[in-house]
Design a protein around this ligand. Structure first.
Ligand SMILES: Nc1nc2c(ncn2[C@@H]2O[C@H](COP(=O)(O)OP(=O)(O)OP(=O)(O)O)[C@@H](O)[C@H]2O)c(=O)[nH]1
Ligand SMILES: [Mg+2]
Length: 195
């Protein structure tokens, strides 16, 4: 998609706060600080559409963004950050699960993994849950600029093995160098296509 306009619609916690379900949606999920907001900013070519932060766990709401009045991107709050208070942690699951399981305009989820880390149960559980719910998943390994080419390839193989997903299905990405941008867009465009 050629992005002509990208604007913040609103934040929400509960379904009655979601914006009207008018356009196909893509949600972005991943561990706190993994680079979800940076990926969205890179995709829409706006440096500051979505607030990014070096302090993990800042985004605690579902944030909806309109793209060209054609599609909606949803920045999901990050999971798995230890310093988030238990009260907030316990609301993450139900808030995100409610959204993912009830939003009829949702076309797929971009799951973002830091290429330097090995996926844990949170990632496997989310992937399995999405597969069961028949929600397509795009897997993105981000911060590719942080590793040498050799280490990138090794990590890609290791993560592919951990998740039981062919390495060909993992997209290497960097918000810093914009490596992989066209690949992520191609995968998103594919999900946004009318059936
Ligand atoms: N080098 C490098 N840094 C990145 C990349 N993507 C994100 N970052 C940095 O990682 C930090 C976190 O990025 P965010 O995009 O705010 O991450 P997030 O997943 O939205 O974080 P929360 O909303 O707190 O869960 C920021 O300091 C970014 O500049 C990347 O591809 N390469
Ligand atoms: Mg964020």
């Amino acid at each position: 998609m050629h992005v002509k306009s990208a604007t913040f619609i609103k934040s929400a916690v509960r379904p009655d706060q979601y914006p009207a379900a008018e356009h196909p949606e893509i949600a972005f999920a991943g561990r706190s600080n993994v680079g979800k907001s940076s990926l969205i900013n890179t995709l829409v070519n706006r440096r500051h559409l979505v607030k990014t932060s070096s302090t993990p766990g800042r985004t605690q709401l579902l944030n909806f963004f309109d793209i060209n009045a054609e599609a909606v991107f949803v920045d999901l709050p990050g999971y798995g950050y230890a310093k988030v208070p238990a009260r907030i942690k316990s609301t993450w699951g139900p808030m995100v699960e409610k959204f993912l399981s009830t939003r009829r305009t949702l076309r797929g989820v971009v799951l973002i993994i830091d290429i330097r880390r090995r996926p844990k149960n949170e990632e496997s559980n989310l992937i399995n849950w999405l597969l069961e719910a028949a929600i397509p998943v795009i897997l993105v390994l981000t911060k590719a600029d942080k590793l040498s080419k050799n280490r990138r390839i090794n990590q890609m193989k290791a993560i592919s093995g951990d998740l039981g997903i062919p390495a060909d299905n993992l997209i290497l990405f960097s918000a810093k160098t914009r490596q992989g941008l066209a690949d992520v867009w191609a995968a998103i465009d594919h999900l946004l296509k009318p059936e």
